[in-house]
Structures are given as C-alpha cells and as structure tokens.
Write a protein that binds this ligand. Structure first.
Ligand code: NAD
Length: 272
C-alpha cells in the first residue's frame, strides 16, 4: 500500500465521482488533500477529509496557477497532482451539428484544464524535489468511441501529452501517467444510463475502483504510462504497439535524430 503520510495531494474534479473517491483514498492513506472543483460541493468533501477546498474553473489558466500556489502555501507543498476534472459532449455526436459552445466547453475542461494544471504543478513538484502527476483520461483515449467523438478527441489529446512529457519531467524527479477507466457509475454517466447498463448486465466500475488504480499507479514507479481499468481486471500499463518505421535503404527503422535515444515514453518506430 502506498504510504501518503506527509504528502500533499491536489485533486481536480474532487467534488464528485472519481475525484471524490481518489481524494478520499489518498486522505485515508495519510495525505493532506486539496480538493479543486467548479462545484461548491467540494467544500464538504474537503471538510470531511480535513483538507482544503479551492473553488474555480480549471479551464481558466489564472485559476489553475493560483490553485497550485494556494495548495502549496496552505499545505506546505505539492507531491501528487491528479488532474481529473472532466465533462462529456454527448449531444455533440453528430459532428455536423456540433456547436461552437459545445466544442469550446469540453476542450476548456478536458484539455485546457489538464494542460494548465500540469504547467502550474511542475514547478511546485520540482520545489518539493519531485512528485507524481496522474491524469484521468479514459478508455476513449485509447479507442475510437463513436458515441462521443469530441470527448474521444480530448482524451486522446491528454494521452498524447502524458506520453510526450516524461523526457522533460524525469530529470526533475516527476512521474506522469494516465488512468484510463472504462465506464464508471458516476453523475457524468447519469442515472438513466447506469440503470440501462444494470438492466443489460454490463458491468460498471465504481469510483473507488479508479481510486485503487490511481494509488497503484502512484506506487508503481513508471512514467508515461496509460493504465486501463476494467471491471474484474487488475489494472496494468497498456502496451502500445510500435508504429512502422522507414523502410528506405540504409535508413530501415531509423528514428528522427532528435528522438534517437529511446525515451521513457515507449518504443519508437519498429524496424524494417
Ligand atoms: N464516469 C466514467 O464512465 C468515466 C470513464 C472514463 C473517464 N472518466 C473521466 O473521469 C473524470 C471524472 O469524471 P466522473 O465520472 O467522476 O464525473 P463527475 O461528473 O462525477 O465528476 C466530475 C467533476 O469535475 C468537476 N468539473 C467539471 N468541470 C470543471 C471545471 N471546469 N473546473 C473544475 N472542476 C470541474 C465537476 O464539478 C465534477 O465534480 C473525467 O475526466 C471523466 O472524463 C469518466
């Protein structure tokens, strides 16, 4: 079990669902928690956990920066950042009917919120001598998901970010990984859909399953990894396939010069 005593953990979207379960699990393991959410419901979650609540929109870069600074100044530092806040864009399945407002809303939370959060957290984790970032992506970050293509876009975006950052974060002592849940019974999915899944016998995850996976990721020591979570399976890092490399004579399987040293984000193009 990952020991969190003396650690400070910031969890975005901590008022509900997965974020709430993760903040709770980290607090039970001894962490001081900083619950960040646009919903005022985060206050009672933070109060119950003896932590602090910071209310605001993670899509606002100034808010993301100030949330990290407040967490540091009130709790003494930052060791773990779980960028988890997210929304869906279910009415956006028909790409021709997607409104600018729907598109901007989901990009703002699911992509901007993660980018601004990581940008703010890295110097804070560095000041602590290192730490760990976990981003809540989704299985929809690893597969096509026609039910919600724009949601899928946002989750692929953060998967790409997480896989690309280890080269610069490892020297700072910072690990960064994704958790990629299947379908979790939370308000994001909604009562009606949860009922429909139950009636069809399709197994759903509970938010606590994702909290377990986050704790496992924190203790595992890897970086640049994506961890799918599915009912009844032990979470483990997803094994990405190599992409095809060049096949021209004398350059079979060659990587671009700047990528020559295989980084921690995984294998490069496959050979001839
Ligand atoms: N529920 C699932 O099936 C599922 C599956 C895979 C991934 N996820 C991802 O898990 C994460 C958490 O989702 P959940 O299922 O717990 O949903 P949820 O709706 O229960 O919780 C999401 C939380 O994020 C907060 N939030 C939304 N916009 C925000 C903003 N702009 N700034 C700050 N906070 C904001 C909400 O207020 C809410 O408390 C999301 O990123 C979601 O995409 C969920």
């Amino acid at each position: 079990m990952t020991e969190m005593t003396g650690k400070v953990a910031l969890v975005t979207g901590g008022a509900s669902g997965i974020g709430r379960a993760t903040a709770t699990r980290l607090a039970v393991l001894g962490a001081q928690v900083c619950v960040v959410d646009v919903s005022g419901d985060g206050k009672s979650v933070a109060d119950d956990l003896g932590g602090i609540f910071i209310e605001g929109d993670v899509g606002d870069p100034d808010f993301s920066a100030s949330a990290v600074l407040t967490c540091e100044s009130e709790l003494g530092g930052l060791d773990v950042a779980h960028f988890n806040a997210g929304v869906t864009c279910t009415e956006g399945a028909d790409i021709a009917a997607l409104t600018d407002e729907q598109y901007r809303r989901i990009m703002r939370v699911n992509v901007d919120g993660v980018v601004f959060g990581i940008r703010a957290a890295v110097p804070a984790l560095e000041r602590r001598g290192g730490g760990s970032i976990v981003v809540t992506a989704s299985l929809a970050g690893l597969i096509g998901f026609p039910v919600d293509p724009i949601y899928t876009l946002t989750k692929h975006a953060v998967v790409g970010l997480v896989r690309s950052l280890p080269e610069q974060l490892t020297p700072k002592g910072i690990r960064i990984n994704c958790v990629n849940p299947g379908i979790v019974a939370t308000p994001l999915v909604g009562e009606e859909a949860i009922q429909m899944f139950a009636e069809s016998g399709f197994p759903l995850l509970q938010p606590e399953d994702i909290a377990d996976a986050v704790v496992r990721i924190l203790g595992a020591g890897g970086t640049g990894e994506c961890w799918p979570v599915q009912p009844g399976r032990d979470p483990e890092p997803y094994q990405f396939r190599q992409v095809p490399g060049p096949r021209t004579e004398g350059a079979e399987g060659m990587r671009p010069p700047s990528l020559d040293a295989q980084g921690p984000s995984g294998p490069g193009p496959e050979g001839p």
